[in-house]
Design a protein around this ligand. Structure first.
Ligand SMILES: [Zn+2]
Length: 465
């Protein structure tokens, strides 16, 4: 059944993109929104309270919801209250459950996301199959044509490498475990851990020789540097980047390291897997058949086309297990004027999301090593009692870790566990001369300008390499 939903969703995405006019797409979005609002109001306590009228034209009357509010009332956010926070927590604390459905019905993903606050997000089984189908169709969009598919399947096994945070219930790891039977006939998908020492991952990728490489832009940038230095020697034909914004420098480094690869950027979140994808003209298109995205200013007023937003409200049109309506993401999105030459009936957008820093630390041999931010974020996950965190590179090889702890939790055990994880991680990566200052705080430091919390950032300039 999940295969049918997966393929059906992929086909639907391709059809709408290639055949529908803009006016027709707006109708499709409206009909899907009407169905979601009616379902949410009828089944989900928090939405029964908040949705007065499920008329899609009155979406802006529904109060936006933050992750903090959602987590505070988690049980009320699940349709028919079919899952509790305690059940979700217990399920995700068990590593053997990665890739499994809770009760045969739900996918549960954990994230710290843009706020540094740990959250649990639940997708029902059918929506998960559809979202994965949509993701595939939108990443590979113009390649899903007969002659490309024949080339893809003919005489080889297509090797896909997901170089991601593994070993936990992280969204990309969960996507990598979603492999309908049919797909296994002609492709192999392997996950490589971003928290393993870089040399190990480079050696494994050299043996695997992926056709397709997916990872976080900051991590692919480090792989690209390894390729340019001659340590990594792979020749992917497709590089997909997700979960983080892509800097201009990263884009250029990746292009020069992997000249034969088509590089495709994805905009998504644990809460909404496929918000936007690039087309062959390198424009990022909003998937507004799969979600409703409202770019707003700091006070929540809609911003006009061409103006960068302070944040966005996203409504996931696929997920009925935990309906997310006007969910606040702290990304700045600009809807761009004009049409794209690819002909897709989707608006073009530009995203400036969370930008965490890569740290350059001096290793035991005196050389600088790049440490991209995602592996650090993984070290903060699955710690009971940890509410928020921040990691700062204060001065060369001097780091501070600040975190907010649940008053009920054992802060000294948490402190010891954080110190242990970071010391081990750095030692595995040949950095033993490091000064780590780990301490709980009442509230995290915010940047003087803007309201965003930077979770992983460096006060040390990037060394000349
Ligand atoms: Zn386009």
């Amino acid at each position: 059944m999940s295969l049918i939903r997966f393929l059906g969703a992929a086909a639907g995405c391709l059809y709408r993109e290639r055949r529908l006019s803009r006016a027709r797409m707006v109708e499709v979005q409206r009909a899907r929104l009407a169905a979601l609002l009616a379902h949410a109001k009828a089944t989900t306590p928090i939405w029964s309270e908040r949705i007065e009228d499920p008329d899609p034209s009155k979406l802006d009357r529904i109060a936006p919801i933050t992750k903090t509010e959602l987590m505070a009332r988690f049980d009320d956010t699940i349709a028919n209250r079919a899952l509790t926070l305690e059940q979700a927590r217990a399920f995700t604390e068990e590593p053997a459950n990665v890739g499994k459905l809770y009760d045969g019905r739900f996918v549960i993903a954990t994230t710290s996301g843009t706020t540094g606050r740990v959250g649990f997000f639940v997708t029902d089984r059918d929506a998960w199959a559809r979202l994965n189908g949509g993701l595939l169709a939108r990443i590979l969009r113009h390649r899903l044509v007969p002659h490309e598919i024949i080339r893809f399947c003919w005489g080889r096994r297509y090797r896909m490498a997901m170089t991601i945070a593994t070993g936990g219930h992280y969204i990309t790891q969960l996507v990598s475990t979603f492999q309908p039977l049919l797909a296994r006939a002609f492709m192999t998908m392997s996950a490589f851990s971003v928290t393993s020492p870089l040399e190990q991952t480079v050696a494994k990728l050299n043996r695997y020789r992926p056709h397709y490489l997916h990872s976080y832009p900051t991590y692919v940038e480090v792989l690209a540097q390894a390729q340019l230095a001659g340590d990594l020697a792979i020749d992917p034909e497709f590089v997909s980047l997700g979960s983080e914004p892509v800097s201009q420098l990263a884009r250029e480094t990746i292009r020069s390291a992997f000249p034969n690869a088509e590089v495709s950027e994805t905009y998504g979140a644990t809460e909404c897997l496929t918000i936007g994808n690039q087309c062959k003209h390198k424009n990022l298109h909003l998937n507004d058949d799969l979600c409703v995205l409202e770019p707003v200013d700091a006070e929540g007023r809609p911003v006009p086309v061409g103006t960068p937003s302070a944040k966005v409200y996203v409504t996931n049109l696929e997920n009925y297990g935990q309906p997310l309506i006007r969910y606040v993401l702290e990304d700045s999105v600009t809807v761009l004027e004009g049409d794209c030459a690819c002909g897709a009936a989707f608006p073009m957008i530009r995203v400036e999301g969370r930008s965490d820093d890569t740290f350059y630390l001096e290793d035991d041999g005196g050389a600088f090593r790049a440490f991209p931010p995602v592996p650090f974020e993984v070290l903060f996950l699955n710690l009971r009692g940890l509410l928020q965190y921040q990691l700062v590179h204060e001065a060369q090889n001097r780091l501070s870790i600040r975190y907010v702890v649940d008053p009920e939790a054992d802060a000294s055990a948490l402190n010891a566990e954080l110190s242990r994880r970071f010391t081990t991680y750095f030692a595995d990566n040949h950095v033993t001369r490091i000064d780590l200052d780990v301490a709980p705080v009442d509230a995290l430091e915010r940047q003087a300008r803007g309201h965003k919390l930077r979770q992983v950032y460096s006060k040390v300039p990037r060394p000349a390499v």
